[in-house]
Design a protein around this ligand. Structure first.
Ligand code: ATP
Length: 363
């Protein structure tokens, strides 16, 4: 490919369908060469956003620029975009080579120029020698690779992927995920993926935008979103969390002392909207909660411990999930399933955490 990758700028993007506002004022900047994912629950507007970027839909408001050029009013064929859909959308009556070459034929490239590019694209997705087959003679994974080859053969400025792996079985999805990561890395092509699958988003992306109800809730690198979710929705959408509320006992130097209900006081970075005497919410991932036998308490963990009682145990193979009752508060803990540190139902445990692992969240 070799060309300088293009970035994408979407500003105040709006799309309505009758009374539904599918995209409700989206601002997103995708850096050149970046693998960027739009993640969110079903119906949040991900596909609509992607279709606006592709030029399949016209926005009701806002603007879109690709590689610095405003394309808001440009039709789909005038944008250099490669598209891959969940259902592959291959033409059944065409051969693999004809499918891959479709975009080149549409662009009226002479046959002699088309053929080497089709061969290269098929080699890129490891399908050399499959050019003469029909889509019905290929497996699901192979069909999806043809769809990818068809998208990259035009050397697009942007590669747009709409749930491209969700029709594949779990094993194949895993393989295709790593192929996709390699391919994107090799080609350096700016890629936007739309998915509701957190693992897919996290394993592939440089940055992720979490969407809810037509809006972007937070954009960041996967670890940043996971460890420092901006609000309760993002925290909960990305995996199980302990969500604790408390009273802001003091504010100073950008930090807050929060007396967590039924637990202990903690120090966390303060949110701008927090007020002294007001309520505050913090979250903690279960794997950040330390458990110790009450007799050993003090040997590990971060802050001072609180004593609780194990009231649920779930073995997940390499991990164990515990629910610990502290008074009437259920806390979630997750530990590696080693030989040490196993606890039984009803056992008293010392629960502790490091305040640095707490994330303050907006309601
Ligand atoms: P999914 O993960 O289920 O595909 P999504 O996040 O991609 O969901 P969209 O397909 O963008 O969501 O839909 C966003 C909202 O807009 C939904 O409420 C949907 O019903 C509505 N919508 C989407 N396309 C149309 C359309 N062509 N006409 C009317 N409503 C639409």
């Amino acid at each position: 490919m070799g060309a300088t990758p293009a970035g994408l700028e979407a500003r105040a993007l709006v799309k309505r369908f009758g009374a539904t506002t599918a995209v409700d004022g989206i601002d997103v900047s995708v850096r050149p060469g970046e693998f960027f994912t739009v993640l969110g629950p079903s119906g949040c507007g991900k596909t609509t956003f992607l279709r606006l970027v592709a030029g399949i839909l016209n926005p009701d408001g806002g603007r879109i620029a690709i590689g610095g050029a405003d394309v808001t009013a440009a039709p789909i064929w005038a944008r250099q975009i490669g598209l891959v859909f969940q259902n592959y959308a291959l033409f059944p009556h065409m051969t693999v080579a004809q499918n891959v070459g479709f975009g080149l034929a549409m662009r009226r490239l002479p046959r002699a120029e088309r053929e080497p590019r089709i061969r290269r694209a098929l080699a890129t997705v490891r399908l050399e020698g499959y050019g003469g087959r029909r889509p019905s003679e290929l497996s699901g994974g192979q069909q999806q690779r043809v769809a990818l080859a068809r998208a990259i053969v035009i050397e697009p400025d942007l590669l747009l992927l709409d749930e491209p792996l969700s029709n594949l079985d779990a094993r194949l999805r895993e393989d295709m995920r790593s192929e996709l990561a390699d391919l994107q890395h090799r080609l350096g092509i700016t890629t936007i993926l739309v998915t509701h699958d957190i693992h897919e988003a996290f394993s592939l992306s440089d940055r992720v935008a979490v969407m809810r109800a037509g809006r972007v809730e937070q954009v960041g690198a996967p670890t940043e979103l996971y460890d420092r979710p901006a609000n309760r929705f993002v925290a909960g959408f990305l995996g199980p969390v302990n969500e604790w509320t408390g009273r802001v006992a003091g504010l100073s130097g950008g930090e807050a002392e929060v007396a967590l209900d039924g637990l202990r006081a903690c120090r966390v970075p303060a949110l701008a909207e927090w007020r002294e005497g007001g309520t505050a919410t913090v979250v903690l991932r279960p794997e950040r909660l330390s458990l110790a036998a009450v007799a050993d308490h003090g040997a590990g963990g971060g802050g001072p411990a609180i004593v609780g009682r194990i009231d649920q145990v779930a073995h997940l193979g390499n991990l164990v999930n515990y629910r610990v009752a502290v008074g009437d508060r259920p806390l979630l803990a997750q530990t590696p399933a080693g030989r040490s540190g196993r606890f039984g139902m009803g056992e008293a445990v010392a629960v502790s955490w490091d305040d640095a692992d707490l994330a303050p969240v907006a309601a």
